[in-house]
Design a protein around this ligand. Structure first.
Ligand SMILES: *Cc1c(COP(=O)(O)O)cnc(C)c1O
Length: 396
């Protein structure tokens, strides 16, 4: 039996390679940070991590995690409702709710699980989910697991959202779901327009803050801070794996009855292990740090403004962004791959994206800015883009 399946897989894998879509892993041997060391010994500047606040190797988070190893041990060896819930899991949930101005929080092993487990327990075939076309894969999968009627609107297109809401009026409950920041362009969901439409057409709203938490808004409290709508959205989901320390873990935070129901019925919560206590402890420390001071958020925002300002002055075509994601548009797939490779030769770690990750003819290099970057790192990155960009005729 396996012989047939083996040759089937070998052929599929060859096809992936021939299409130029094969994903290789680049091995890092240092902690994650602005500057990293690769297995081949090279040091490179990292411009493709989600380490927005530079906390992935923060000494205070590491100390908090080490302390929790001593006080709470290594693992919980249980799901939450049997015996997998510690005092620090509860405290982290409370701290997340305080941070976002919400009522209650439920933790998951990852945001992929939070999104996978949010729709099915809450909505049935009588209801409607209205989803942005560019939403994250985990939202798409979560919606697939739910029997609600599905509606899709073009990315951030409010006229289309309104049309879908009109079409969904026959259903009992309606939930609009959107990423807070869309990861390929860096644009923020227009929540200031989504909420009035939700009001008009009697819908609830869910925002996935994975790329916006810690980043968007003056104090990094996400898209609801940006639009002055804190506490106004029924459901927020997010990750501890990006700006919030970069380890692992996800959450759903929002209305208390919703969270209460998820604790009863959400399958990734009921049938999957708790996050390690050290991750909870470091998460609590992280929220304390970024609430006591705005230094990480300020540094990130200054870095983003500096980098994008310089790149535009040089003549690069940058997608409008309101986040720490900077898409350098190249349009041509091969160019995006060749340019990313040349940048890596210059010691700059970035990734080129092309179809089907982004629409055809919209190839780009995505640069992710971090508070872990010092000005000299940004200047080196800009110098490398200038050199390679001129060589390849991208800028004059
Ligand atoms: C990264 C990401 C996730 C997944 O988060 P994990 O905690 O790594 O599973 C979910 N949604 C969005 C929008 C993301 O960007």
């Amino acid at each position: 039996m396996y012989t047939n399946f083996q040759s089937f897989l070998e052929k599929e894998i060859t096809d992936i390679k021939e299409a130029g879509l094969y994903k290789n892993e680049r091995i890092i041997v240092s902690p994650q940070g602005g500057e990293i060391r690769l297995a081949n010994g090279n040091k490179v500047l990292n411009f493709c991590a989600n380490n927005y606040l530079g906390l992935a190797n923060n000494p205070q988070l590491i100390a908090a995690a080490k302390e929790a190893l001593d006080t709470h041990g290594y693992g919980m060896a249980s799901v939450r409702f049997i015996c997998g819930c510690s005092d620090i899991h509860k405290l982290l949930e409370q701290k997340i709710a305080e941070f976002f101005g919400t009522e209650d929080t439920i933790l998951y092993a990852a945001c992929f699980d939070a999104n996978g487990g949010v729709f099915e327990p809450l909505l049935t075939e009588e209801d409607a989910i209205i989803s942005d076309a560019l939403n994250h894969a985990s939202i798409i999968d979560g919606v697939r697991l739910c029997k609600a009627q599905r509606y899709r609107y073009n990315n951030a297109d409010m006229a289309d959202l309104e049309k879908q809401l009109q079409d969904a009026q026959a259903q009992r409950f309606r939930l609009i779901v959107t990423d807070g920041v869309f990861s390929m362009d860096g644009n923020v969901a227009p929540l200031d327009k989504i909420l009035p439409l939700a009001e008009k057409y009697d819908a609830m709203v869910m925002v996935d803050e994975s790329h916006s938490a810690g980043v968007v808004g003056a104090t990094g409290r996400g898209v609801t801070e940006q639009y002055n709508l804190r506490g106004k959205v029924e459901i927020l989901t997010g990750t501890l794996g990006k700006a919030f320390g970069g380890a692992i873990g996800g959450f759903t935070t929002g209305k208390k009855e919703i969270v209460e129901m998820l604790r009863q019925r959400s399958r990734p919560y009921l049938f999957s292990n708790s996050i390690p206590p050290m991750v909870s402890a470091a998460g609590i420390k992280m929220l304390e740090l970024i609430s006591e001071t705005n230094q990480f958020q300020d540094k990130l925002h200054n870095n983003v403004n500096y980098f994008i300002g310089k790149m535009k002055d040089l003549g690069f075509d940058i997608k409008p962004t309101q986040s720490a994601i900077c898409a350098v548009m190249l349009y041509d797939a091969k160019l995006s791959q060749d340019m990313a490779a040349k940048l890596q030769d210059e010691g700059i770690f970035v990734t080129g994206f092309y179809y089907p990750v982004v629409p055809k003819g919209q190839a780009r290099i995505r640069v992710q800015i971090s508070a872990a970057h010092e000005k000299e790192h940004l200047d080196k990155c800009i110098a490398a883009f200038t050199k390679v960009g001129k060589e390849m005729g991208v800028i004059k």
